[in-house]
Design a protein around this ligand. Structure first.
Ligand SMILES: [Ca+2]
Ligand SMILES: [Ca+2]
Ligand SMILES: [Ca+2]
Ligand SMILES: [Ca+2]
Length: 385
């Protein structure tokens, strides 16, 4: 270029920079997915669109795994022959092809609600397949763990799902995240222990903060508010990045915000989609983000994933004092390793303001989190003593 620059008839010279178009998928309803643009997914997809080598466990009401936008991204147990009545891989579960159904004590986690199917689509509806929507990950593998029905589920069944996830991880399945869009008011040491075992095995547990508009630092609900390094608790933001009116928050007990208002995703039916709102819809954006990060760098630990996701959040004034990161998920910054130069100040260590009663494992039916737009479902919340 120097030779051009020396010419008298040349005013300026610059290299012909190659512009990379932001990667947008061809899914027809992508234009209705404001959330993906809000979290800078198209820029992130330039770095990675996800990987079928990464598994996310959806612990919820099950998944409608025949959906046109989910079936290609469902995890299938490679060691299990479907429908032969035999536990082919000897993991203690007969015909567990997609995961398990702890609620009904079988191995078919088909969704009979819609909630888990919606969560699954946010994480990993097939991107760029010309159908429906795109997940945070275009390819990924979704493992379906059903412990909740229309009326909620039990802590004991949630624990069985975590135990299955941890076992399969230890058997070599590359599970990197669980997505947990449920919660109740009681502390369960057994549930916390099961979740910590999963994170100790290399799985990050992403949890919805809840929909009671509560300060979780004052009235903690679980599992989001367990004091575990392997848990990320997620509040819901709206299309303008403001806190959703219903979302729980907490500068200590809630970590990050993600879109959770009027989110389009998959529901039961081979080609059905619907808009739901709730922190239930926020958490899977972060679980999906963890999977996307893991697809780019499989060596990231649970602690790495949490640090990167929190420190790459877009810090916003309306989230100051509301979540530990003071911001909303930004996928592109996370994948670029573009972390805040000064991490948000850690609030002074303090004992939780409310001592959590210890309940027997089966006593607290976790309520579900989030449903139709503008009418977030209020989950059943066990009364505290
Ligand atoms: Ca089996
Ligand atoms: Ca079998
Ligand atoms: Ca079943
Ligand atoms: Ca699609």
């Amino acid at each position: 270029m120097a030779s051009y620059r020396a010419r008298r008839d040349v005013v300026w010279v610059e290299p012909n920079y190659i512009w990379q178009p932001l990667k947008t998928p061809n899914d027809p309803s992508f234009g209705h997915q404001y959330a993906l643009s809000r979290i800078s997914a198209p820029a992130a997809w330039d770095a990675s669109i996800g990987s079928s080598d990464v598994v996310v466990a959806v612990i919820d009401t099950g998944v409608y795994y025949n959906h046109e936008d989910l079936r290609d991204n469902m995890w299938r147990n490679p060691g299990e022959v479907a429908g032969n009545g035999v536990d082919d891989d000897g993991n203690g579960h007969v015909d567990d092809v997609y995961g398990i159904d702890a609620l009904n004590n079988d191995s078919d986690p088909l969704d009979d609600d819609d909630h888990g199917t919606h969560v699954a689509g946010i994480i990993g509806a097939s991107g760029n397949n010309g159908k429906g929507i795109s997940g945070v990950n275009w390819p990924v593998r979704v493992m379906a763990l059903k412990f909740s029905g229309v009326d909620g589920g039990s802590t004991a069944d949630a624990i069985r799902c975590f135990n299955y996830v941890t076992m399969m991880k230890q058997r070599g399945v590359n599970i990197r995240a669980t997505s947990n869009s449920w919660g109740g008011g009681w502390f369960s040491q057994a549930l916390k222990d099961a979740m910590d075992a999963a994170s100790n095995a290399g799985i990050i547990n992403v949890c919805a903060s809840g929909n009671e508009a509560n300060n979780e630092d004052l009235t903690p609900t679980y599992p989001g508010s367990y004091d575990s390094p392997g848990i990320i608790s997620v509040a819901a933001s709206d299309a303008a990045d403001n806190p959703a009116s219903f979302s729980n928050y907490g500068a200590q007990n809630v970590d990050i915000a993600a879109p959770g208002v009027s989110i389009l995703s998959t529901v039961r039916g081979d080609s059905s989609y619907a808009f739901f709102s709730g922190s239930s819809m926020a958490a899977p954006h972060v679980a999906g983000a963890a999977a996307l990060l893991a697809s780019l760098n499989g060596a990231l630990s649970v602690a790495d994933l949490k640090t990167i996701l929190l420190q790459s959040a877009d810090v916003l004034p309306q989230w100051a004092g509301k979540v530990a990161s003071s911001g909303r998920l930004n996928l592109a910054r996370a994948l670029a390793g573009n972390l805040s130069p000064t991490p948000p100040a850690t609030p002074p260590a303090a004992t939780p303001p409310v001592a959590a009663p210890v309940a027997p494992p089966v006593a607290a039916p976790p309520g579900r989190r989030g449903k139709k737009p503008k009418k977030p479902k209020v989950p059943k919340k066990p009364r505290k003593s």
